[in-house]
Design a binder for this molecule. Structure first.
Ligand SMILES: [Zn+2]
Ligand SMILES: [Zn+2]
Length: 201
């Protein structure tokens, strides 16, 4: 591999390591994550679902009144069951579509709060999902930037890539004095060499 390729793969490894390290500290709960989906999108999804149900029911019943065919045709003599079957099918399709729309809304907001190009990422996910279904989402979740987090010393919000807090100069990537590897600010002992970090501090 030539020099450029090597340095690209080095910076990629460095990036993935940083992402893994920070993500381990992100305690994300599913319910908390759901909250970042825009409220208007949730309302829109519900409105679209109700509209689809109403249109499906009306079209089916008016079709039955005009030419006597009720769908599904197996149930054409039982309008109530036929309508329920149709409603069930619409619900199943709507759940898939709703999950897709809400995920897109999540990607947009999540990219925004992580300081990524929200519009670009959402577009990329849409384009990829046209051909490869959920691949766009998978790529997004693999490479997304770590969340900003509060400085352990002063609580100021700091970017995941910062080495020092811009507010209090706290070292955000402390390393073990003995083996020089990166450790978490909460570690009491170095997870690599067992050095007592309290003594060093
Ligand atoms: Zn600070
Ligand atoms: Zn160590």
């Amino acid at each position: 591999m030539n020099g450029t390729g090597q340095s690209i793969s080095d910076s990629w490894n460095e990036r993935m390591r940083l992402i893994r390290l920070r993500r381990k500290k992100e305690k994300s709960r599913f319910r908390e994550e759901l909250k970042i989906v825009p409220r208007w999108l949730m309302v829109l999804v519900i409105v679209l679902y109700l509209a689809a149900q109403a249109i499906g029911l009306l079209v089916n019943l008016s079709g039955a009144a005009n030419n006597g065919e009720l769908w599904p045709t197996d149930l054409k003599d039982h309008p109530v069951f036929a309508s329920l079957a149709l409603a069930g099918i619409i619900t199943a399709v709507a759940m898939v579509l709703a999950a897709y729309l809400l995920l897109l809304g999540y990607v947009y907001r999540d990219a925004q709060r992580r300081g990524m190009h929200a519009g670009l990422w959402t577009l990329l996910v849409v384009i990829l999902s046209a051909a490869y279904l959920l691949v766009g989402f998978v790529i997004y979740f693999l490479v997304r930037e770590p969340l900003p987090y509060p400085c352990p010393q002063c609580g100021n919000s700091v970017g995941a890539r910062f080495n020092f807090c811009p507010n209090c100069k706290c070292n955000l990537h402390p390393s073990c004095a003995q083996c020089k590897r990166e450790i978490a600010e909460t570690d009491k002992f170095c997870p690599y060499c067992g050095n007592d970090l309290k003594v060093a501090a």
